[in-house]
Design a binder for this molecule. Structure first.
Ligand code: SF4
Length: 206
């Protein structure tokens, strides 16, 4: 019987990892310029440039040529009159927003809260009893705001001018921008007054 000789174990060692010196294309271990420095450089250039651009945009010249006309255009094409009525002229006011005259095609939309309105159309006889309510409504409207005196009563007291109870013209209470004559003025006259107010807003400088 032949003898079986035990095979000698072979000990192997793991291959050594390649070093940076062995690699033909050595990898960069850190960026040439640290990231934080790039960001700082960008910020240094960006902030003065942005400041200069904003300054020129808000300069007096730009306000007159760009911002003011833009605000005027937006304001005159979206007038929101207060939805209220004082006397018989209010019937004509309501008719102007009906299907026949359709004042809304000019962007004029009556709103029920003075806080959302920029136009007060005084459409009737103003008595001293209601005067403080009218002033309160006017003061609740945000700036910029405008007033149209619609009809003879609002303009100067109308047929009741000498009455003890009637305010002889709403300009005694609030500043008026446009006056519309008539007793009552027709819806066309109200539309004409609104278009004249739009022209005033278009020429507004401040
Ligand atoms: S102006 Fe004539 S229609 Fe208008 S509220 Fe006065 S009385 Fe009435």
């Amino acid at each position: 019987m032949g003898r079986l000789s035990a095979a000698k174990p072979v000990l192997t060692t793991p291959a050594a990892a390649p070093t940076a010196e062995d690699s033909p294309l050595p990898m960069a271990t850190e960026p040439a310029v640290p990231f934080i420095e790039i960001e700082t450089l960008r910020a240094r250039e960006f902030l003065p440039a942005a400041k200069e651009a904003l300054g020129s945009l808000l300069s007096e010249q730009a306000q007159g040529k760009l911002i003011r006309p833009m605000f005027n255009w937006a304001g005159r094409n979206s007038l929101f009159p207060l939805h209220w009525g004082l006397a018989c002229c209010a019937i004509e006011f309501a008719a102007a927003f009906g299907a026949r005259w359709d004042a809304e095609r000019f962007g004029v939309v009556p709103r029920s809260s003075p806080r959302q309105c920029d136009l007060l159309i005084v459409n009737g006889t103003v008595t001293w009893k209601v005067a403080h309510k009218l002033i309160t409504l006017y003061e609740q409207m945000p700036e910029p705001k405008w007033v149209i005196a619609m009809g003879n009563c609002a303009t100067g007291g109308g047929p009741f001018r000498t009455a003890y109870s009637v305010v002889p013209g709403v300009d005694k209470l609030v500043p008026v921008d446009v006056y519309i004559a008539g007793c009552p003025p027709r819806p066309e006259a109200l539309l004409d007054g609104i278009l004249r107010l739009e022209q005033l807003i278009k020429e507004r400088k401040e």
